[in-house]
Ligand binder design. Sequence first.
Ligand SMILES: NC(=O)c1ccc[n+]([C@@H]2O[C@H](COP(=O)([O-])OP(=O)(O)OC[C@H]3O[C@@H](n4cnc5c(N)ncnc54)[C@H](OP(=O)(O)O)[C@@H]3O)[C@@H](O)[C@H]2O)c1
Length: 252
Amino acid sequence: MNTLKLAGKTALITGASKGLGKAIALALAEAGARVVLASRNLELLNETAAAVRKLGAVADVFPTDVSDEAQVRQLEKAVAETVSKVQILINNAGMNIRKPVTDFTLAEWRQVMQTNVDGVFLMCRSFVPQMRGQGYGRIINLTSIMSHVGLPGRTAYAASKSALLGFTRALALELASEQITVNGLSPGPVATEMNIPLIQNPELNQQFISRIPLGRWGKVEEVGQLAAYLCSEDAGFITGTDILIDGGWTAQ
Ligand SMILES: NC(=O)c1ccc[n+]([C@@H]2O[C@H](COP(=O)([O-])OP(=O)(O)OC[C@H]3O[C@@H](n4cnc5c(N)ncnc54)[C@H](OP(=O)(O)O)[C@@H]3O)[C@@H](O)[C@H]2O)c1
């Protein structure tokens, strides 16, 4: 996206310290948006902010754990005081614990749910009110191919991402009359820190690549550009759906 289609818009991106969140922040900034970056690691958030500023865009940084109700309320207050209203909310923060269901502790199960589901609910509850009344709004939730298909060792993650897809559809209907679109963006395997355990294990890496029809891991920039498109006015008729970017994984 080389034209400044998001000029004048402010985008709040969770999990912006690395991986897909960082790439989405850079793509939105490149398209002209001011970006507000949230996650737990201040040092890494500052690195993303520095990369955004190199593009000539404005970045604000707010360390936040999205699974913590008080911290999300604090973020809401801080953004209202220092940045004013956001028009774009990218719920990207997420985590995965891979193990057989019988090996999960309840605490681990809840950690996945609290980050991937509760975190998105808390962010939407806090930021939808200020997105209202602007005649334009975009919410993108990072769902997953695991919202559509399964894989052994992914019970918690697949449950969380499937819940997130249901949340996405219902919220889209709640907000449609206000021209706030709500969509899932479902990546297939993308080379980020989340997947290092798979990429660094030659056998698992090969196994994964052989299951991706396009024969490679996805690139973070590819997801960033898709998010930028979904945020643009051009995508104003897309809501309540889930866009797969998975190298063909779910076509099989
Ligand atoms: N990579 C893939 O193949 C893939 C595929 C499908 C879906 N996804 C989804 O895409 C999103 C990004 O994934 P990724 O691959 O970029 O993962 P990643 O490299 O592991 O990054 C995860 C991001 O989420 C943040 N985060 C985690 N827990 C958080 C919390 N409680 N509060 C605030 N921030 C939190 C982390 O920041 P801090 O550590 O600084 O808090 C980090 O910025 C996730 O929702 C993931 O499920 C990824």
